[in-house]
Design a protein around this ligand. Structure first.
Ligand code: HEM
Length: 184
């Protein structure tokens, strides 16, 4: 497991990712922007006007069991594949009801009941992902989820979103914004 990486997503006028669609599925929207710049670690901040910045850090896995970790490692792809020109940034905040559960109760909802990892695994290796934790940073969202895929896998990505959002885990999602992107 690599050490935690601090990542900032800057919404504004600059950056390689052009916003094609932005919508709030639950809770408040984010101000509309034209582009997103992703700043990793100690890299410099992008130039240009910035409307908002969301920060998160990669970290250790909380819920994944050994067999799942091995299956994921065998199938998942890294970010920045040349053909993966489409992306999605989906910031998510979960409710107090979720955070007041114990670890084993959250795992039971996430996987035993909602099959989050099993569903997600159906879309590997097409979709590459990186999960950033924001809750401990006092951010407006608990998680910043990031996905990259080739344009030909757009429909599969949409299908995955629909499957995941139909699960009980999503009853605990109180804010969710979906930002779809194209790299130019
Ligand atoms: C957490 C896999 C797609 C949102 C996780 C975890 C795994 C996983 C293994 C648990 C990490 C841990 O142990 O802490 C996948 C795979 C996907 C996928 C393989 C397919 C590409 C998605 C999508 C969304 C999403 C499309 C959002 C719409 C989240 C969130 C968490 C999470 C918010 C954190 C849950 C929590 O800690 O409460 N995912 N996922 N995932 N995933 Fe996914």
């Amino acid at each position: 497991m690599p050490p935690p990486l601090m990542v900032r997503f800057h919404g504004g006028a600059a950056g390689p990712w052009r916003v094609t669609r932005m919508r709030a599925l639950a809770g408040a929207a984010l101000p509309a922007v034209d582009r997103i710049a992703v700043q990793e670690g100690m890299a410099g901040a992008p130039g240009g006007a910035i409307a908002w910045t969301l920060a998160g850090s990669t970290g250790n896995q909380r819920y994944t069991e050994r067999a799942e970790a091995d299956s994921l490692a065998a199938r998942q792809q890294g970010l920045a594949r040349p053909e993966a020109r489409h992306a999605a940034l989906i910031p998510i905040r979960k409710s107090e009801a979720w955070w007041s559960l114990a670890q084993d109760e959250r795992r039971a909802i996430l996987e035993a009941e909602s099959r989050h990892i099993a569903i997600g695994m159906d879309y590997l290796p097409a979709v590459a992902r990186r999960l950033h934790h924001s809750r401990e940073l006092g951010e407006p969202f608990d998680f910043l989820t990031w996905f990259e895929f080739a344009p030909t896998h757009e429909a599969a990505f949409d299908e995955m979103l629909a499957r995941l959002r139909a699960q009980r885990e999503w009853d605990f999602v109180e804010r969710e914004v979906e930002i779809r992107l194209v790299r130019e």
